[in-house]
Design a protein around this ligand. Structure first.
Ligand code: ZN
Length: 204
């Protein structure tokens, strides 16, 4: 369990270090494959100061199994994903600026970059605005996502999942790169999409 907690703390430091979760925004989690418990970053706590002692372990119902910090207010959203998506082993909720740009426009992020298409498995849809602190938000969000691995929350960041925390982080970075590329390309005209005929081969 300590090794998994360290993986979470290291992942959070990485995501914070590249500016995807300004100050104490966002949250990360991973699933312990042995116990089925979810390890998660606490509410409103500095990523720079975070150690394994600050990590919470939750069961799928949201009961705190380990940890003294206040659980993230978005823990129920993560738990909804772990409940419904057996392939989810890691989740990142981040606040990258270019992704948020499309979130305030309520405009899906086209998979212009091949890395984003592979990670996300399509465009990044936008979940209509709703308060994010409930299980129902998670279920509604999963409806919007379908079988994709990322979704923009209107006016409030994004969520990415993966079959490991590293994959979820990679997906988060690819979405932000794609959003930045899309924004810049739109200044010059209408960008070319990756041809649909290649989608199946690329997303597997
Ligand atoms: Zn949030």
């Amino acid at each position: 369990m300590v090794a998994l907690k360290q993986e979470l703390v290291d992942g959070a430091a990485l995501v914070a270090g590249i500016g995807l979760v300004p100050l104490t925004q966002g949250n990360l989690s991973l699933r312990d494959p042995d116990s089925g418990h979810i390890l998660m970053t606490p509410h409103d706590f500095s990523y720079e100061q975070m150690t394994t002692d600050d990590v919470l372990a939750l069961d799928l119902a949201g009961n705190v199994i380990e940890g003294n910090r206040e659980p993230s207010h978005e823990s129920q959203v993560h738990l909804a994903v772990y409940e419904r998506r057996a392939d989810a082993m890691g989740i990142v909720h981040a606040e990258p600026i270019y992704t948020n740009l499309f979130g305030v426009l309520h405009k899906p992020i086209a998979p212009l970059h091949v890395g984003a298409l592979i990670d996300v498995r399509g465009d990044v849809p936008v979940m209509p605005f709703a308060p994010s602190g409930s299980r129902q938000f998670g279920y509604d969000m999963l409806e919007v996502m379908g079988d994709r691995n990322a979704v923009v929350w209107a006016n409030h960041g994004m969520l990415a999942l993966g079959n490991s925390l590293q994959k979820a982080i990679h997906c988060t970075v690819m979405v932000e790169i794609s959003a930045q590329l899309y924004h810049m390309a739109l200044q010059h005209g209408e960008p070319h999409q990756i041809p649909q005929q290649y989608y199946d081969r690329l997303v597997g």
